[in-house]
Design a protein. Structure first.
Lengths: 98, 430
């Protein structure tokens, strides 16, 4: 154990953190997005910030990607891999993300 | 306690002292102990995810290297677009999140007793074990290619301490004008299927500026490769006739090397004199999973497609390049994606919280083919009863087409690739 090496902030974070339902489908699905968009969807460099999107708008944009109605480099290819239920779960997750 | 070495006992004493100072934290981590072997894309992602989402579980990460040199973006060092420091990452972020990081090599796993033995003698006990050990090189596969030969003909296919990729870069810089760079590329499966071809591109990118009459001979043990059309379009557009790709049917399989005389010798006995040689040997899973019976006769590890539990041992989950998971590629993104499912599955029993019942796995592999020239392959995967499948009618490659028409896509994908690198590194180490 290296508890003594933890910063006070990390120690506080560990103490006050509440267990979260890790199997929440939205959060687990969003792990795939995190590789480019970041853990909260905050974006980085050329990759857009997708936090706080309205749920309906998120689903609409997704559908546009799926049907190649929206200019895209890779999101059109990604969008076609997910079900409507999964897109709804992602929309919920990123609508709440801060 | 009898199995504990002095070092491990010291660690325990340290823990006791810390526990007195912070009894709340002991309670906060009392749900169990997750030990993770390997601090790369799979292991570091697993450690970070576990610390954030399961703060009541103690996490110990075992990794021999004191910092991590990524294989992704290593090719950009050859292209002169990155330096070693840009792709070297510290474990301090994981420590700050409360993970215990031990820089040692795991030498044995006892699945019955739930113990991991380290080279330094310490013994770690676990409730659940995640093993993300990466690859081993099959030194016996190409005659004459051993540890010493790898100093002359670097593989640069395991990040290690960064010396292999640095050696290859230094050799390219020192190569005589008009010299020949040769690569030996293995059959499938191997780590990072598009990697050798991004490497060819980045070497050409460098030589085009520094040594424009040089040649690149890419000897391949296969008949085709990842993103082949896209790469070959880029090579023709950007590098003229600098690159010659030789498939297996064109005698591309290199069976022997002679480092003293700088020779690559092909299946049919053709001797190729090279100035710089990069041998990417055939691979299997790293030794820790072969030596402990987790790998099967193929040298790779069979896993449950829903949980990544090893077929050979309950309570051990294996992720990353070491696994048998086609059609998923052996990529950093897949290791990162599957790490999180494996953590949720492993810790379901320990914490009483449910695993993810319908996991989806994700991969994007970007490659840099030139300046502001990015291409990609995307896939979404789901588990089946006995394996994995790519979701039909999804994913796929960047569109092909003349550079004049595709310049904007190539530029955007190059920038997205850079953003991917920075973002996934944060998802592992921050």
């Amino acid at each position: 154990m290296t508890l003594s090496r933890m910063t006070p902030a990390a120690l506080m974070a560990a103490l006050v953190a509440f267990p979260v339902a890790a199997a929440d489908p939205g959060k687990m699905l969003a792990q795939a997005c995190a590789g480019c968009h970041g853990q909260s969807g905050e974006g980085l460099g050329s990759v857009p910030d997708i936090r706080g999107y309205d749920r309906a708008f998120f689903a609409e944009v997704w559908q546009d990607f799926r049907e190649d109605r929206r200019p895209a480099t890779i999101m059109n290819r990604i969008a076609r891999g997910y079900t409507e239920d999964e897109v709804a779960a992602l929309a919920d997750y990123f609508a709440r993300a801060e | 306690m009898t199995h504990l070495t002095r070092r491990a006992f010291g660690t325990l004493l340290g823990a006791s002292a810390a526990t007195l100072a912070a009894p709340g934290l002991l309670r906060a981590q009392s749900a169990g102990r997750l030990v993770i072997i390997g601090g790369g894309f799979g292991g570091a992602s697993a450690a970070r995810f576990a610390r954030i989402h399961y703060p009541d579980v103690g996490v110990t990460l075992v990794e021999p290297q004191s910092s991590f040199v990524t294989c992704p973006y290593g090719n950009l060092i050859l292209g002169g677009k990155r330096r070693l420091g840009d792709i070297t990452h510290s474990y301090d972020g994981l420590r700050a999140r409360g993970a215990e990081v031990i820089h040692d090599r795991a030498t044995d796993i006892d699945p019955e007793a739930h113990r991991v033995t380290l080279a330094g003698g310490a013994v770690l006990e676990y409730d659940k074990l995640i093993v993300s050990p990466g690859i081993g090189l099959r030194w016996d596969a190409i005659e004459g290619y051993d540890d010493a030969a790898a100093e002359v003909f670097p593989h640069a296919w395991i990040g290690g301490d960064g010396s292999q990729i640095s050696t290859l870069r230094a050799q390219l810089e020192a190569m005589p004008e008009g010299g020949v760079v040769a690569l030996s590329i293995p059959e499938n499966p191997f780590r990072c299927p598009p990697g050798p071809y991004e490497r060819i591109s980045m070497i050409a990118h460098y030589l085009k500026q520094a040594n424009p009459t040089a040649k690149i001979l890419a000897f391949d043990s296969k008949e085709g490769f990842a993103k082949q059309g896209l790469f070959q379009d880029a090579w023709a557009e950007l590098y003229g006739d600098m690159i010659e790709w030789v498939p297996a049917s064109g005698d591309g399989r290199i069976e022997r090397v002679d480092p003293a005389n700088k020779l690559f010798i092909s299946e049919f006995g053709e001797e190729h004199r090279v100035d710089v040689g990069n041998v990417i040997p055939p691979q299997y899973a790293a030794s820790i999973v072969r030596d402990t019976g987790l790998a099967n006769e193929s040298g790779w590890v069979p896993v449950d497609p829903h949980s990544f539990a090893a077929a050979a041992a309950r309570d051990i989950h294996v992720i990353g390049d070491a696994t048998i998971a086609p059609p998923m590629p052996k990529s950093g993104y897949v290791a990162n994606s599957t790490a999180k499912t494996a953590v949720a599955a492993a810790l379901a029993e320990v914490t009483g919280r449910p695993a993810w019942d319908a996991p989806v796995y994700f991969n994007t592999c970007y490659s840099h083919a030139g300046e502001e020239y990015g291409i990609s392959v995307v896939a979404v995967f789901r588990p089946t009863e006995d394996g994995f499948e790519a979701v039909p009618d999804s994913g796929g490659l960047s569109p092909r087409g003349p550079l004049a028409e595709q310049a904007r896509n190539r530029r955007l994908e190059a920038r997205h690739a850079d953003a991917w690198y920075d973002s996934i590194v944060k998802d592992m180490f921050s």
